[in-house]
Design a protein around this ligand. Structure first.
Ligand code: FES
Length: 166
């Protein structure tokens, strides 16, 4: 396990437009293969998503073909190749939530936010996602906002759910 953190790598690049320049050859030599995931997570934290420019730069600096970088980035749902909102609203569409009204919850969220699942509001405040069971079936129907589980939701509670996010 390397003591090299991808956040440290990316901190070196704060003054550049891509947000990732500054990863030196010396750094890439020390970067273990598994740390590609960490580098991708760090890039996404910094930019809100994985931009084409950022991925290309990681590819060149790490000496890893862009196709492989894309392969990793598209394999995991946690990564996004399009800009995401500052807050992630995830509607559970697992079986328990589905039978307890997840569809109505989703429709109300889509109306409140003005976007469909998989989309981001124009002000980039919220992104709306559908997810499978999040392990809180006894609380169905469930919505997660930034990882916080809200359960036993009623449709008319949805507007209140979205208050307080900047
Ligand atoms: S199905 Fe929604 S939490 Fe399990």
């Amino acid at each position: 396990m390397s003591d090299l953190k991808s956040d440290d790598l990316l901190k070196k690049s704060e003054a550049n437009p891509a947000g990732v320049q500054g990863l030196s050859g010396e750094v890439s030599e020390r970067l273990p293969g598994g740390a590609v995931l960490e580098a991708l997570f760090s890039l996404q934290r910094r930019e809100g998503y994985l931009s084409e420019e950022g991925l290309s730069y990681l590819s060149s600096q790490l000496g890893i073909p862009l196709s492989q970088i894309y392969g990793v980035a598209t394999f995991y749902n946690a990564f996004s190749l399009v800009p995401r909102g500052r807050h992630q609203v995830c509607v559970c569409y697992g079986t328990a939530c589905h039978v307890r009204g997840a569809r109505s919850i989703l429709e109300r969220l889509e109306r409140e936010l003005g976007v469909k699942s998989g989309e981001t509001t124009p002000d980039r405040k919220f992104s709306l996602h559908l997810v499978r069971c999040v392990g809180s079936c006894s609380l169905a129907p469930v919505v997660m906002v930034d990882g916080r589980v809200r359960g036993r939701l009623k449709v008319d509670q949805i507007p209140q759910l979205l208050i307080g996010y900047e």
